[in-house]
Design a protein around this ligand. Structure first.
Ligand SMILES: NC(=O)c1ccc[n+]([C@@H]2O[C@H](COP(=O)([O-])OP(=O)(O)OC[C@H]3O[C@@H](n4cnc5c(N)ncnc54)[C@H](OP(=O)(O)O)[C@@H]3O)[C@@H](O)[C@H]2O)c1
Length: 341
């Protein structure tokens, strides 16, 4: 019987929001898992130090190092097959400085796959306003550096993360689930994808009508756990080599109005829906205090322009996670909402 060795995975940024899910998925799928951790973090953040100790006890090999210590990066990278970077977008500096990981991977010369810090829009395609535009342009530049360096890659385009967006029913300024009124960016019915032939009318094959029906979707929101599982499954999958892995589960394309209706159905309580026009959103991007302009720009792109799903996947550059891994039972938006009740 052929024994398939699971790739050794290094996570740089294991204490990050997304990194915590990735390390869990990596361990659960039996990958030898390594984490590059800063000594200063261990010394100055007791909660993170405890978490890292827990990881160690779960079998993660902890390696000390820093993005700004080239030798430590090369040394860590030489011990593994695959690297994940989770540099955050606050501040943007570390996102751009991921180039340092690219240099270290080139020098180490052994890496089979690199997953840079992404987990959002397809940054080669997205049309988005400032100040988010500059941040996403950094991610696009990092992609370009990786391609130019000839490093094997997978870029994860997983759209919106559920914990942040669903725990507030998509509201930008208000934290938590609203009690009486919900503030909806746009008209709550964003028009999104238009995939000819993908969706059937009642013919149950594909007819002229199927190919002419515009199929309206809105925003794509995914559970972090699923995003991490799909990312780790991609590690040893040749189908994801040098591709964008889009996470677009069918049940997770929802409009904001649908999400609010799901919530009302679960709780049996209606919410007053207050709609914020595009004009108002543009004013808020201009005049709100930091960090709201960034989040309004994201909301504008997602909830008004449908940027998470207003394009068809180009098969020469991307693959879709639920199509590659249909055996994984992902959590739908409707189910995810249960955790906030
Ligand atoms: N689509 C969405 O809804 C969504 C939501 C959130 C994030 N994201 C994306 O996910 C990616 C990761 O973001 P995040 O929010 O998870 O990140 P984060 O929470 O800001 O964490 C950043 C990580 O980088 C590490 N780090 C910082 N400086 C370092 C250095 N000099 N050397 C080594 N490690 C260093 C930090 O470790 P320490 O503990 O040592 O500081 C931490 O683990 C980003 O690309 C972001 O845009 C997407």
């Amino acid at each position: 019987m052929e024994v398939i060795n699971k790739s050794k995975i290094l996570i740089i940024g294991v204490t990050s929001y997304i990194g915590r899910y990735l390390v869990e998925a990596s361990l659960s799928m039996g990958h030898p898992t390594f984490a590059l951790v800063r000594e200063t973090t261990m010394a100055n953040h007791p909660d993170k130090a405890r978490y890292i100790q827990d990881l160690k006890e779960s079998g993660v090999t902890i390696l000390f190092g820093d993005l700004y210590d080239h030798e430590s990066l090369v040394k860590a990278i030489k011990q593994v097959d695959v690297v994940f970077s989770l540099m955050g977008h606050h501040p943007d500096k570390q996102l751009g400085d991921q180039i340092k990981i690219v240099s270290a991977i080139r020098e180490a010369g052994n890496i089979k796959r690199y997953f840079p810090s992404e987990y959002g829009f397809d940054v080669d395609k997205v049309q988005i306003l400032e100040p988010a535009k500059s941040t996403l342009a950094i991610k696009a530049r990092v992609r370009e550096e990786i391609r130019m360096a000839g490093i094997p890659f997978t870029f994860i385009s997983s759209n919106l993360c559920s914990t942040y967006f669903l725990s507030r029913l998509g509201q930008v300024e208000s934290m938590g689930i609203p009690d009486e009124k919900v503030i909806i960016v746009g008209n709550g019915n964003t028009k999104g994808i238009y995939e000819h032939g993908k969706y059937m009318c009642l013919c149950f094959s594909f007819c002229v009508l199927c190919f002419s029906i515009p199929y309206f979707l809105a925003v794509i929101i995914n559970s972090e756990k699923d995003i991490a599982i799909y990312a780790i499954r991609a590690v040893d999958d040749p189908r994801t080599l040098n591709k964008v892995l889009y996470v677009r589960p069918a049940s997770n394309h929802c409009t904001l109005n649908e999400i609010v209706s799901f919530w009302e159905k679960k709780t049996g309580k209606s919410l007053d829906r207050i709609y914020v026009s595009e004009e108002e959103v543009l004013k808020k991007i201009q005049s709100s205090l930091e960090p709201l302009p960034f989040f309004y720009a994201i909301a504008h792109a997602c909830f008004i322009k449908g940027e998470t799903c207003n394009f068809k996947i180009d098969e020469s550059v991307g693959v879709e996670a639920t199509e590659l891994y249909p055996d994984h039972k992902y959590t739908s938006v409707y189910e995810i909402l249960n955790q906030f009740i």
